[in-house]
Design a protein around this ligand. Sequence first.
Ligand SMILES: Nc1ncnc2c1ncn2[C@@H]1O[C@H](COP(=O)(O)OP(=O)(O)O)[C@@H](O)[C@H]1O
Ligand SMILES: [Mg+2]
Length: 399
Amino acid sequence: MSDMKLNRQQEPLLSVRNLCQYFGTTKAVDDVSFDVMQGEVFGLVGESGCGKTTTGRSIIKLYNITSGDIYYKGARIAFGSMARKKEISSLRKRFFGADADEKVRIKKRIAQLKREIRQGKHDHENCDKLFAERKLAEVEEKYQPLLESAYGAELEKIKRDYQHDKDLAKKTRLTTQIQMIFQDPIASLDPRMTVYEIISEGLVIAGEKNKAIIDEKVYKILETVGLVREHASRYPHEFSGGQRQRIGVARAVIMEPELIIADEPVSALDVSIQAQVINLLNRLRKQLGLTVLFIAHDLSVVKYFSDRIGVMYYGHLVELATSDELFRHPLHPYTQSLLSAIPFPDPLYERQRKRIKYDPLEKHDYSVDKPRLREVLPGHFVRCNQQEFECYQKELNAK
Ligand SMILES: Nc1ncnc2c1ncn2[C@@H]1O[C@H](COP(=O)(O)OP(=O)(O)O)[C@@H](O)[C@H]1O
Ligand SMILES: [Mg+2]
């Protein structure tokens, strides 16, 4: 569906690096890294419980992440110290047996890691403040030349707009730039609030006080998502599942975010309604130039929609490639298993289609040689050990 060409030189909009999110002994997300480029749709796929939602919630800072770094437009928005702390403690163990030269190196590295941890914590806590500063600078840049060149009544109007935008910029939060659409449109909409209240809530929290501006935005967004003005005064229970998810989309899009995390936005809907909501998202994406992190539990939904796809299995990212590449050359046995589960509207194919089961113990021997995400072809990553890596390369070269 998307015609976007990936420019590998471009700076990513979102960069997730070695993300770990543990809940006690549950490693919900374990060392996951990927980039989302400006304007692309990145599909994140894997069976229920593999850590997709946790990844999304980590990005919007609903957790203090266990470990790793998340960058948005080059600014670090989330940080967790576990990996660096582990490195420090293993360096300390090595210290006593080390010779003088090595001791110097170890000390230097530990000091470096401690600096990184301090900086990381600082970034994690202050990212909203830094966003607000950036936004404020953008407002200044926009209005300074206007303020200098205008006079009379026009100047007065510009001054008012300038003040309005400045007030909003001061309250800029990460959550105005990254919005999440949730899986369950029933549970995620407060039943006691009207559609108007639900959709306008984010604007109000962001500091918008002008009722006329809020009205205009709410009515416009209702139309944009295929609802009508009259729906504003109603309550969520008066709507069908598909309509409720349109309300969820409106609530996210009204904030004019750059990145939308759509967490299984159609999984709870009837199949007949799913396509409508997918089409809506795709239209909005093009109209508004959105970047989308699209989460789904099977490949059939993301196939046509995504520029690139990341496949997750039990907290790990096991394969990452462009959609075309992933469907043409699926390498990881779990990806192959997911692909084998997609029905095609071709009776001949359907008769031959065999579901491949994925059993990690049978497929890999990681007892000695441990796996990590490796780039098998430019842009095509697979979680594998050295031996598998060589097999995958041979496999691809034979094609
Ligand atoms: N807040 C939480 N506390 C404890 N465990 C959680 C929490 N959220 C998720 N988990 C666990 O983390 C794993 C990943 O969950 P989740 O990210 O919701 O998976 P997915 O969205 O892929 O279905 C699951 O085992 C789930 O039970
Ligand atoms: Mg989920």
